[in-house]
Ligand binder design. Structure first.
Ligand code: BTN
Length: 128
């Protein structure tokens, strides 16, 4: 278990939660994302994510992952981010995301991409 371990439960400022599984030796990982918000019509469902991270020993690795919302939405989101520790030693993931919506024609392409940021903290950190 290196210093850049992303495995476990995380929550962002929207209340969305994700479970990241252990990365393999190449830094590839998978997980599950439960978004607290949605612009789709259907009810929200847990969605799979696939990502790739650096395995730096300084704990400040960069990473990216894709969430496929196909259980309830036509859109796709990619996140990129970096892990830090705050002044209390609490882990924080600073991320940016692009959300691609499905539009019906080339003419509507201009409005298909949303951008934003999310900050994730550990959901089940053990208080000792
Ligand atoms: C959709 O609306 O089509 C699917 C759900 C998208 C949820 C977005 S992804 C970026 C942002 N961060 C979250 O945790 N949820 C929203």
């Amino acid at each position: 278990r290196g210093k850049c371990n992303l495995a476990g439960w995380w929550q962002n400022e929207l209340g969305s939660e994700m479970l990241v599984f252990n990365a393999n030796s190449k830094g590839n990982f998978s997980g599950e994302y439960y978004t607290a918000v949605s612009s789709a019509q259907k009810p929200i469902e847990t969605s799979p994510l696939r990502g790739s991270q650096h395995l730096d020993e300084d704990g400040k690795c960069t990473f990216g992952f894709t969430v496929n919302w196909s259980k309830f939405s036509d859109s796709t989101t990619v996140f990129v981010g970096q892990r830090f520790e705050d002044h209390r030693g609490q882990e924080v993931l600073k991320t940016g995301w692009l959300l691609r919506h499905k539009v019906n024609s080339l003419h509507d392409d201009w409005q298909a991409t949303r951008v934003g940021t999310n900050i994730f903290t550990r959901l089940n950190c053990k208080e000792e």
